[in-house]
Design a protein around this ligand. Structure first.
Ligand SMILES: Nc1ncnc2c1ncn2[C@@H]1O[C@H](COP(=O)(O)OP(=O)(O)O)[C@@H](O)[C@H]1O
Ligand SMILES: [Mg+2]
Length: 210
């Protein structure tokens, strides 16, 4: 069966994880998939996302008061260092309902030493009833709480260079770590929590298809 891009789009209330080394194409793939949704807010920790059709904000306060359909929150250094501000962002996401919240990159808000913000967790657990969807991307799956994987249904896995990262992804998604190691540039595996796995796919940006 030939997969189409539409087949990879999470249904309302489902969560997705994107993993892979820097520059492999996570953010680009997320952007294309997010076109299927009308209400999207993005936590842009690296302040590098500039997409057409999105309003950009440097403070949470200005984002909340403008309340646009599509927004990129690129926090200032001070806000980025403050876990209280992260929590407020996910509280806002949870309250918005019927929204996709895309976190790029997850380890800036939680890692092996820092708990996942309570409302990020809440978005993951109660996402279906609130119609809040979490898209989360990371270069370091091993640093990300298992919880994020176990609550997610869709996995987009690009190349990973470190064995602990490949092992974690294999454990959480069943994608073979040897296959992950051998992925060519810009190729990814798509897997679902129900066991479905694609062959290696690549996004054709010109035609917007896989
Ligand atoms: N499928 C693709 N086809 C062509 N160029 C791509 C593709 N995916 C990503 N790129 C380009 O590769 C670079 C890195 O992609 P990006 O999505 O930012 O990677 P990541 O978020 O994983 O670090 C960008 O310049 C992007 O335009
Ligand atoms: Mg990126």
């Amino acid at each position: 069966m030939r997969l189409r891009l539409e087949n990879l789009v999470p249904a309302p209330g489902q969560h997705a994880v994107f993993c892979g080394i820097n520059g492999c194409g996570k953010t680009t793939l997320a952007e294309v998939l997010l076109r299927f949704f009308s209400s999207v807010i993005i936590f842009d920790a690296k302040s590098e996302i500039h997409w057409k059709g999105y309003q950009r904000f440097k403070s949470l306060r200005s984002l909340v008061s403008a309340h646009p359909m599509r927004a990129i929150y690129a926090p200032t250094w001070n806000e980025l260092q403050d876990p209280g501000e992260h929590e407020k962002f996910y509280q806002y996401a949870f309250r918005r309902t019927k929204t996709v919240v895309y976190t790029d990159e997850v380890t800036t808000v939680c890692d092996s030493s820092r708990e996942i913000p309570p409302h990020y967790k809440r978005c993951l657990v109660q996402g279906r009833s609130k119609k809040v969807m979490c898209f989360s991307s990371t270069q370091r799956p091993v640093e990300v709480p298992n919880f994020l994987f176990s609550e997610s249904k869709h996995f987009f896995c690009f190349k990973l260079n470190l064995e602990p990262d490949r092992k974690k992804v294999e454990q959480m998604t069943s994608i073979d770590r040897e296959k992950i190691m051998a992925l060519p540039e810009r190729y990814f595996y798509y897997a679902r929590a129900d066991g479905f796995q694609s062959s290696a796919l690549t996004l054709d940006l010109k035609k917007e298809k896989v």
